[in-house]
Design a protein around this ligand. Sequence first.
Ligand code: NAD
Length: 464
Amino acid sequence: MKPHDGMYIDGDWRPAAGSGTIDVVNPADEQVFATVPAGTADDVDAAVRAARAAFRGWAATPPAERAARIAALRDVLAARSEEIAETVTAELGAPLAFSRAVHAGLPVAVAGSYAELAAAHPFEERIGNSTVLHEPVGVVGAITPWNYPLHQIVAKVAPALAAGCTVVLKPAEDTPLVAQLFAEAVHEAGLPAGVFNLVTGLGPVAGQALAAHEDVDLVSFTGSTAVGRQIAATAGAAVKRVALELGGKSANVVLPGADLAKAVNVGVANVMSNTGQTCSAWTRMLVHRERYEEAVALAVTAAAKYVPGERIGPVVNARQHERVLGYIAKGVEEGARLVAGGTEVPRTRGYWVSPTVFADVTAEMTIAQEEIFGPVLSILAYEDEEDALRIANGTVYGLAGAVWAGDDAAAVAFARRMDTGQVDINGGRFNPLAPFGGYKQSGVGRELGPHGLTEYLQTKSLQF
Ligand code: NAD
């Protein structure tokens, strides 16, 4: 696609209010290959006005018709999937095969799920002598990150549109092109003007203006806990609803009796996928002391398959590169045993990191507590189930996790005691309809499926 030099507002591409631009860099080779406009508070204001003007009409559109528009959007995304994959590979650095399967494929599935849910959702119910109406919240400000750039856009915009809300999107500065491509798809799908609007720009400028705008009714944010906290405070001051999908430090708990090779192989793949830039990644592997060394050896073999440039891409930008290498150095400094990878970079040009595995990690080490957001796995030993549970629950986060045991019942029993939003049992498949979101500092609210739709609704009771 050809980058746009304006904002998509009220159904058209308009010149930006200011003259600032943002460079788009290919993380594989550090080349600037495009620029997009850096939005200002004026652009955000124009976009919010357009969304407000379109709101009543879209909210009053019958759900079946909204569903038909979302289905059309899904079809455009499916038809343009190769272009989407190539765009994400250029701006995020993910290998093309991964971009095709996940970065282009998942948004089609999620948009499709909301085409169905929009048509089927019970927007009215009768409770005693009341009719309860589930009405759209209003204008949504969506602020998204770069790690699954199109998925995170669709996981907010599709349910918001299904609910009858209108949207202003501020995508991550590292991955604005796929957001522009999404705006083109919205246009092609024939959504009414103003229902979806796009403002590219910097977080502290355009993002902050959107979160603070008095005519935005709900802010839905995915990104770091630090920024999420700031957005919640800004929104709280205006008594505005917020949905926050933040960081994680999820535990992959391998209980005695589990298929160790499978648990370790799937666990390593889970961490290395998308170069470790997945908020729900199982970055802490917990193994019983008796089988600990066996697990470490298996993890080293598994990590060796993630050859940079083939199965694993670079990290997104210079800041993340420095941050991830800093965490690896910290792991060594705090006494963890480096068994794969390290701070030596596989290529000098681009933001490459070697797939890294640490053994002898203890629960209080920085690399066991903080989100690294790179291809770094920490393996911890536990003494018994209570110890494993204490370690698994012993961070400020609670986004995801996994439990492996000899049978599903034993794994489920353990998972019930975990303080986290999603747990995969013995390698259970990802379910795009299951609620996704965090306990504790991993966030507020849920995305995906019917639970994701209700985030964008408010209720009104009529007694008669
Ligand atoms: P970030 O939180 O700074 O950025 C996410 C989004 O928020 C971007 O669109 C950004 O422009 C916007 N933003 C930034 N400051 C803002 C502000 N003051 N007001 C409003 N919007 C603002 O994330 P990052 O700097 O790109 O990454 C830093 C760390 O965040 C990563 O290392 C990782 O730990 C975490 N992260 C988590 C997720 C996730 O899915 N949970 C995604 C990306 C990053």
